[in-house]
Write a protein that binds this ligand. Sequence first.
Ligand SMILES: [Ca+2]
Ligand SMILES: [Ca+2]
Ligand SMILES: [Ca+2]
Ligand SMILES: [Ca+2]
Ligand SMILES: [Zn+2]
Length: 400
Amino acid sequence: MRLPRLVPATALLAVGAVLATASAAAAAPLTAYEMPFPCGQTWTGTSRPSHSPSPWSIDWNRTDDVGAPVVAAAAGVVTTAVPNGTRGYGRYVVVDHGNGESTLYGHLQTVNVGIGQTVDQGSLVGLVGDTGNSTGPHLHFEERLNGKTVEPWFHGAAFAFGSTPQSQNCPDVPMAGNFVGDGIAEVAVFDRATATFQISGPAGPISVVFGLPTDTPVVGDWDGDGVLNVGVRRASERKFYLGTPSGIVPIVMGNRSDIPVAGDWDGNGTWEPGVRKSSSNVFRLRKPDGKSFPVRLGKAGDIPISGDWNGDGTTDLGVYDITRARFSLRVKDAAGLVWITRVTYGSPGDLPVTGDWDGNGRTDLGVWQPATAQFFQRIAPSPAAPATKTVSRTYGTPRR
Ligand SMILES: [Ca+2]
Ligand SMILES: [Ca+2]
Ligand SMILES: [Ca+2]
Ligand SMILES: [Ca+2]
Ligand SMILES: [Zn+2]
């Protein structure tokens, strides 16, 4: 039997009073948390004095909550992922946001991330479930400081227990590429609020609605006409959905916790998807026949990137260390030798964005700064050569 999960309004008032007196107003967290649900969704968050491990824990409920997506409250690195837990928190995830701050997502139906994986704000962590010591489907959520559950804040305000707010977890995801066929990369964002690719085209903005707000955007020239197409990876289904002029192509590839990449791995002009496994730091790249081959590069927590660093028409791999703002670029030369070049660019916390900014056939490096929505584009004869200048421009919506 399932116990009622929504505490009566009178009890909520009592809980609120207890919580208000239990602790003086805590300082705002350094991390700019948003609700752990996709943009625009409304959920009711409750607690009780006996709530374990702390009354500051939130139990989130709504109608039809089982199987609903749970997303990262802020960017961070997965430090705990228990995909088969049966006691306590059941299947659960902890994401480290730096400065001693972390978030916990408990009683999940499925865990969609792996230990060591860097997750962006708003990206899928798992699905709402009923695992472990749970009395019915809900999301148990905690904000923690140095491992201790503290008063939760969202969108710059302390959470009002018993309320039903709307998620403002609506970040833009930056990207770039040759979306119009002029050989020069345009900057773009995937707007999670509306699942829309917004491209800064040379003749004006271009909007393409594609995928779901919780999908990971991944763009590539799927039909080989020299112009990038949109696409997404849906982690819960382990599927890519590639947007081509002749329809949407679904491709099953990798595990739920893999991070997608795309490129023309064989240089025939048509791009293929790939994934990077956070657990082993191995890329698996798809060949036109549907088989895949592995490439090991980087370390846990690195963000995968791709580009044609040497301009030979074949897409190369790279990773970005978000804590050090350092690119590691991999090139295999004509003799089959592998070269790794390291380039420091951007600031810790920036997101990597690569594109051929000057149209010389070699992909350049860049970053997007979440707090300002500024792209910084590194201009150089090649990404391994010293930079000649940086071009900055604002595109997308700053994250708070
Ligand atoms: Ca195309
Ligand atoms: Ca190809
Ligand atoms: Ca290349
Ligand atoms: Ca270039
Ligand atoms: Zn709970």
